[in-house]
Design a protein. Structure first.
Length: 263
């Protein structure tokens, strides 16, 4: 039996990349393409270890570790729930695509005469099968209303503190957020304090706030502009949240008034 190493590598690279792109798209992780490509290369290179004989238990452990490392390379680590959801959807996509490949390949590879089935030797293009399976998967996943509702409010944003000094964040649109500076009437976005650790910002503004269970002064800063989907707004303040956001993969909270002010 002939095994073409280059073909094995290319097919696995494409398959791994589509898996990671699917997770990135469905969960709105908004990570860089370079991270997804690097993770796919890592997963494809480790496939060659499978040519060595190993027990079933060792093989399961090995594949699990590789999957976790691929997720960490591709999406990083923010908290356990973030990692758990990434791994869960990675395996869901993998099972659906794998099942699609098996089904389509079996449909195009066998001919029958009555009740007798023979392998015709025809192998449906793996790339075409993977792409078709991916489309089927996306249609299947996005038929669920809760998935649409949860992740349609995710946005990739750029916050410019000056012309060269900016950060990229994953933001969540909280329609119930009405936080504004009572004096300037500027809307306030909430930013995770860990995202500005390397940013040199001066002259804080302290804005009073009231909530159901707390009140006090919120430390805010002026910013040059906020960009979302090619549009921007310059009349806003950046409030620093000292508490961790309990929304999956989110670094920033924006309000409806921010979205309405985009130009």
């Amino acid at each position: 039996m002939k095994i073409y190493i280059d073909l094995v590598f290319i097919v696995n690279f494409i398959f791994d990349l589509i898996l990671l792109i699917s997770v990135n798209y469905i969960l709105r992780r908004n990570v860089r393409w370079s991270r997804l490509i690097l993770s796919s290369l890592f997963g494809s290179l480790t496939i060659f270890v499978l040519f060595f004989k190993m027990s079933r238990l060792v093989l399961i452990i090995y594949k699990t570790i590789i999957a976790i490392l691929m997720i960490l390379i591709g999406f990083g680590y923010k908290n356990f729930n973030y990692l758990k959801k990434n791994i869960t959807y990675f395996y869901l996509v993998s099972m659906l695509l794998g099942g699609g490949i098996y089904f389509l390949n079996s449909q195009f590879s066998y001919t029958n005469k009555g009740l007798v089935f023979n392998n015709s030797g025809l192998k449906f293009s793996y790339l075409i099968v993977i792409c078709i399976s991916l489309l089927i998967y996306l249609k299947y996943m996005f038929s669920f209303k809760d998935l649409k509702n949860n992740y349609s409010n995710y946005y990739k944003c750029k916050i410019y503190f000056d012309k060269r000094n900016y950060i990229e964040v994953n933001a969540f649109l909280d329609t119930g957020n009405k936080l504004k500076d009572p004096y300037s009437r500027k809307s306030i976005i909430l930013l995770d304090k860990n995202k500005i650790s390397d940013i040199n910002i001066r002259s804080p503004i302290y804005v009073p706030y009231n909530s159901l269970n707390n009140h006090g002064l919120l430390t805010c800063f002026k910013a040059l502009r906020l960009e979302i989907n090619g549009k921007s707004i310059d009349k806003f303040l950046v409030g620093i949240s000292q508490e961790k956001f309990f929304i999956d993969g989110i670094d920033c909270i924006i309000s409806s008034s921010i979205m309405e002010g985009l130009k």
